[in-house]
Design a protein around this ligand. Sequence first.
Ligand code: CMP
Length: 138
Amino acid sequence: MSNITFTMLKPDSVRNGNIGAILDKIIKSGFIIKAMKFTKMSNEKASKFYAIHSERPFFNDLVEYMTSGPIVAAILEKDNAVNEFRDLIGSTNPEEAEEGTIRKMFAKSISENAIHGSDSDENAKIECEFHFGADEIY
Ligand code: CMP
C-alpha cells in the first residue's frame, strides 16, 4: 500500500471555475499536496499519458478534450491514497457516481469527467514521474 496518488483537474473543471471548490474538498478530505502545477498538455504528452487507451474508440476525443485547455496536475499524499482518492472522486461515469463524490458534484459526462485519479500504486508512481521532476515535489 502506497501513500501517494496522482490527480489532474481536467480542462472542464478549469473552464467551469471549479478548481477552487475541488481542491478545497481534496484538502478537507485529508490529502496533503506534495506537488502541483497549472499546465496545458501537448497532443504528444496527452497521447503518451493515455497510451493504454490508444485502441479504444474514444481515444482521439479523449486526447482532444485533455488538450483543449489547461489542467491542474498534483501529487497527493494520504494513507492508502490511491483507494481513498478513488472513493472521493467516484465512478468514471458521473451518472454512476455516489452522492457527495467529486464527479457526482462537478462532472458532466463520462468523457468530460472533471478529474483523474491513479488506478493503482504502480500507475501512481509512473504518472507522478511523468508530470513532475524530483525537484518539484515537496
Ligand atoms: P480517467 O479514468 O481519468 O482516464 C481515462 C479517461 O477516458 C476517463 O477518465 C474518461 O474521461 C475517458 N473514458 C473512459 N471511458 C470512456 C467512454 N466509454 N467514453 C468516453 N470516454 C471515456
